[in-house]
Design a protein around this ligand. Structure first.
Ligand code: SF4
Ligand code: SF4
Length: 387
């Protein structure tokens, strides 16, 4: 059996759906990535700039040289909606794929060593210094699409990528092209924020996935208008894609985390000190307590309810994070401005908010809710009304 066949056999035995081998060399997308960075399209992801040299040249990650074994683990499932409304990206609904991927890659490395392919390696799941889609395309796992993701004929965009860099020169996988977008432009037309600025180029500054997962602090006032039900990530460009429409349903593979099955936007907004326990073992904890609560507040504007209104009023007055108080004010102004108590609370919150940015934005939301003239009559130290 060849060394390459050993690699493929281990991948199959460990349950990976896809496996290919790419050379440990700068990938075809290196120049495109540099241009994307230079245009500032990475938004606040400053680590991409810091890691630029390693990202464009994987030989800096594993100086011994060798090959990149690229692996795919499919996760297709039906659309995920939280109880009471609010949506999360499908990939994040189950158990944390980082944990699962890291465990499998460790076992992969042990199996390689037992087969005589040991030595120092580097394992990467999701957040690593590698332009993984480009290496994966080169290794035959799919093709890079106009939505800047990787599409596979069977799984479409619904699979995780992970890699193990090994110090062995293996024969790269040579597959025929897996397909192409052709004349389709469905994702460019469907993106709610026009974040796909040209085929294959997503501007993270406009993308809801970045806005709801990586961006900390106050939500962009324009983007939140387009967020609709999305409380974590966004699947719109994948959901409209014809590739993957017939992908097998693998929901049981990662399960459904209790923060999704039993939670809901109000529970997310009110998690407080329970946050770590409620979200343990889920990739949904990535934005942190304040980020999750901020996103939940914004998504509650698209799923108004009495329970939501009460939770938003409580957050407006008592949440410890300024971006959550402010997002709660925005959602109240959008969804509950007809309520006189809400307008009074907004005016009071705008008058008493200690953080400067939140104070300015809350004054704007209070104005938009028709409560602009009310703040002067309230005790600035007293703050918003207690729900
Ligand atoms: S994830 Fe959503 S916002 Fe981002 S490019 Fe796709 S459709 Fe647009
Ligand atoms: S929706 Fe169409 S253009 Fe967009 S990635 Fe899918 S096939 Fe390509």
């Amino acid at each position: 059996m060849s060394r390459e066949d050993i690699v493929f056999e281990i991948a199959t035995e460990l349950g990976f759906d896809l496996c290919g081998i790419a050379p440990l060399a700068p990938p075809p997308a290196a120049a495109r990535f540099e241009a994307w960075l230079a245009a500032g399209r990475h938004a606040g992801m400053s680590w991409l700039e810091r890691d630029r040299e390693r990202l464009v040249d994987p030989r800096r990650v594993l100086p011994e040289g060798g090959s990149i074994v690229v692996l795919g683990l499919a996760h297709a499932r039906a659309a995920v909606e939280l109880p009471g409304g609010g949506r999360v990206a499908r990939y994040a609904a189950g158990r944390d794929y980082h944990n699962i991927g890291n465990q499998r890659l460790r076992r992969f490395a042990r199996r390689l060593a037992a087969a005589g392919l040991g030595g120092r390696n580097r394992r990467i799941v999701d957040a690593g210094p590698l332009l993984e889609r480009s290496h994966a395309a080169r290794a035959g796992l799919g093709f890079e699409s106009k939505a800047a993701n990787l599409l596979h004929p069977r799984f479409g965009p619904w699979f995780f990528l992970m890699e193990i860099l090994v110090p062995h020169e293996l024969e790269p996988t040579r597959e025929p092209p897996a397909g192409s977008c052709g004349t389709c432009t469905a994702c460019l037309e469907a993106c709610p924020t026009a974040a796909i600025v040209e085929p294959g180029v997503v501007d993270a500054r406009r993308c809801l996935s970045y806005a709801t997962i990586e961006h900390a602090g106050h939500a962009d006032p324009l983007l939140r208008e387009q967020a609709g039900p999305w409380a974590f990530g966004c699947d719109v460009c994948s959901e409209v894609c014809p590739w993957g429409a017939r992908a097998p349903d693998l929901a049981a593979r990662f399960g459904t985390h209790r923060a999704v099955a039993e939670g809901g936007l109000v529970a997310w907004l009110e998690a407080g000190p329970r946050f770590e326990a409620d979200f343990a073992g889920s990739p949904l904890d990535r934005p942190g307590r304040a980020g999750v609560a901020r996103n939940a507040a914004i998504a509650l504007a698209a799923a108004p309810s009495d329970r939501g209104r009460v939770a938003l009023l409580r957050a407006l007055s008592f949440d410890p994070a300024a971006e959550v108080r402010e997002a709660a004010g925005w959602a109240l102004a959008r969804a509950h401005a007809a309520d006189a108590g809400v307008r009074t609370a907004l005016a009071g919150a705008a008058a008493s908010e200690p953080e400067e940015t939140a104070r300015g934005l809350l004054a704007r939301w209070a104005d938009e809710a028709g409560a602009g003239g009310m703040s002067s009559g309230l005790d600035a130290a007293g703050g918003a009304s207690n729900p």
